[in-house]
Ligand binder design. Structure first.
Ligand SMILES: Cc1cc2nc3c(=O)[nH]c(=O)nc-3n(C[C@H](O)[C@H](O)[C@H](O)COP(=O)(O)OP(=O)(O)OC[C@H]3O[C@@H](n4cnc5c(N)ncnc54)[C@H](O)[C@@H]3O)c2cc1C
Length: 482
């Protein structure tokens, strides 16, 4: 038996469910295959406050808000010789979730939006077939196949669907177990550096704590499961923040999970996108994996919608997709390395030294921000490092070509600020002008207050620099690329 669909998504985690849901909202025909019956256990239970805009965009924020997950009361950090509490008074706190229920909720929302979800249904290696794909499937109905014009691989980090990953960090392994909650254990994520390892732990819904230890996998080479369990328990006993778990009942076995950062090396194709951990993984230190996967899923849906509606824009849309992924990978590799370097400064073990510089130097934003006050008689001009390039820009439904501002101080190209396209404004900045003159020039388009906010942003990022600091290059004749 063969079923036909326009787009087949393999994997019903946050990446697959969000891609399928958004595609259905854009009117596409989608079938999603998930091999596990939900709810199923999964790591990735601490979601930062920045998850909310993605949930809102997908229309599932109320559903998640009412699902009874824990509001995180910030995080506790024992790192680099310091002790810090972060985000305690955040207006929209992050969440501590049971991933079984969180993922099921997203998948139900996708099904309610019209996505076909045969579950459990395991996909086997897809093969190119005619103008699309044939995906062998095994479900309770037996063996069958799905044919699809486009395939989305959202099957997480472990499935063997012909991927070619490149590591972007030194190998990292998580050993973890669930525990009954110790008395007084609050709803904060806890992060702590050890001698040659680090800890992460958090209270989850249902009164359980997940306590993790991140080690170099070489530490576990040749260990039997019992010896690995003992290693985990010994390391946990050394933790200030998580050792109280040892006084409580352990729920289930000591498990392990690869936590190495990886990126897929094959370029996205018009008929094949990889999303979430099938595309790239970041160091769990940031607790951003789910949010990054879902953000990428929304982009994947818009990219595929563009390819299907306007095939001539396929290259633009795919470059947009590949560039955003490269930025995420580089930014997070640099962030993680900075964090490890902080600990390396006080603990010179190879574990820290090996991780304190990114494996591949990449284009990341320089934290070269201008702290100086800006006077309205200050004479400024655009930094010669500024350029406008034509690139893909995302709207709610498609990728369009538009001029974007690039500068080494920006982590990524910027098309709009506060909803205002920057290119027409920058093209009106010929040569030197005072801040007051720029405000006047832009006020007819933006109003004076909005104009000043944009001037401040450009000054802060050293895109507007004091006249005389370097040669004047008006942006209209600065480097342009298509
Ligand atoms: C140790 C560790 C700790 C982490 N902690 C955090 C954290 O605190 N916060 C955070 O945001 N992120 C965290 N992450 C990252 C987070 O787990 C991932 O970013 C997130 O789960 C990625 O979602 P996904 O949908 O891409 O993949 P997954 O959630 O893995 O979903 C993939 C789905 O595909 C299904 N599947 C696989 N193969 C097939 C097949 N052949 N056919 C059908 N279905 C298939 C699987 O059953 C699974 O449901 C952590 C990661 C690790 C390793």
């Amino acid at each position: 038996m063969t079923t036909e669909t326009e787009i087949c998504v393999i994997g019903g985690g946050p990446a697959g469910a969000a891609t399928a849901l958004r595609l259905a909202q854009l009117g596409r025909q989608v079938c999603l295959l998930e091999r596990a019956a939900f709810p199923r256990q999964h790591v990735g239970e601490s979601l930062p406050p920045s998850i909310w805009p993605v949930l809102q965009l997908l229309g599932v924020d109320d559903l998640v808000a009412q699902a009874g997950f824990l509001r995180a009361t910030g995080s506790v950090l024992h790192w680099g010789g310091g002790f810090e509490r972060r985000g305690r008074n955040s207006t929209r706190p992050g969440l501590l979730v049971d991933r079984g229920r969180f993922d099921a909720l997203l998948l139900q929302a996708a099904a309610a939006a019209g996505v076909q979800v045969p579950q459990p249904a395991r996909a086997y290696r897809p093969v190119r077939h005619g103008d699309g794909w044939k995906i062998p499937v095994h479900s309770s109905a037996g063996h069958h196949a799905i044919t699809a014009q486009i395939l989305v691989d959202a099957a997480g980090r472990q499935a063997g669907l012909g991927r070619r990953f490149r590591p972007t960090s030194k190998p990292l392994l998580a050993l973890y177990a669930y525990w009954q909650v110790p008395p007084g254990f609050g709803a904060q994520a806890r992060v702590e550096a050890g001698r040659a390892h680090w800890y992460w732990g958090a209270l989850l819904p249902g009164g359980v704590v997940n306590a993790m230890v991140f080690v170099d996998p070489a530490t576990c080479t040749g260990l039997s499961p019992a010896a690995r369990r003992d290693l985990y328990l010994n390391l946990l006993a050394q933790s200030t923040l998580l050792s109280p778990c040892l006084e409580q009942r352990r729920i289930g076995p000591v498990r392990r999970s690869d936590a190495t950062s990886l990126t897929e090396t094959t370029r996205p194709a018009p008929d094949l996108l990889r999303v979430g951990e099938a595309a790239f993984t970041v160091d769990p230190l940031s607790s951003q994996g789910v949010q990054l996967s879902m953000g990428q899923a929304v982009q994947a849906a818009v990219v595929l919608n563009t390819i299907l509606n306007s095939p001539e824009k396929g290259d633009l849309a795919l470059s947009f997709y590949a560039d955003r992924q490269a930025e995420r990978v580089q930014t997070h590799a640099a962030l993680a390395a900075g964090f490890y370097a902080k600990q390396q400064a006080i603990t010179p073990a190879p574990f820290w030294a090996n991780r304190s510089t990114p494996l591949e130097p990449g284009r990341t934003a320089q934290p070269d921000l201008n702290p100086d006050e800006l006077r309205s008689d200050q004479l400024v001009h655009l930094s010669p490092l500024t350029s406008l390039q034509v690139s893909g820009v995302q709207s709610a439904t498609r990728i369009e070509a538009a001029p974007v501002l690039t500068h080494p101080n920006l982590p990524r190209p910027v098309a709009c600020l506060e909803g205002t396209p920057l290119a027409p404004l920058l093209q009106r900045l010929e040569g030197r002008a005072t801040v007051g003159q720029i405000r006047q020039r832009w006020s007819d388009m933006l109003g004076p207050e909005h104009a000043m906010r944009l001037v401040h942003w450009l000054w802060h990022h050293r895109i507007l620099v004091p006249a005389g600091e370097s040669d004047v290059i008006p942006v209209s004749s600065a480097r342009r690329m298509t």
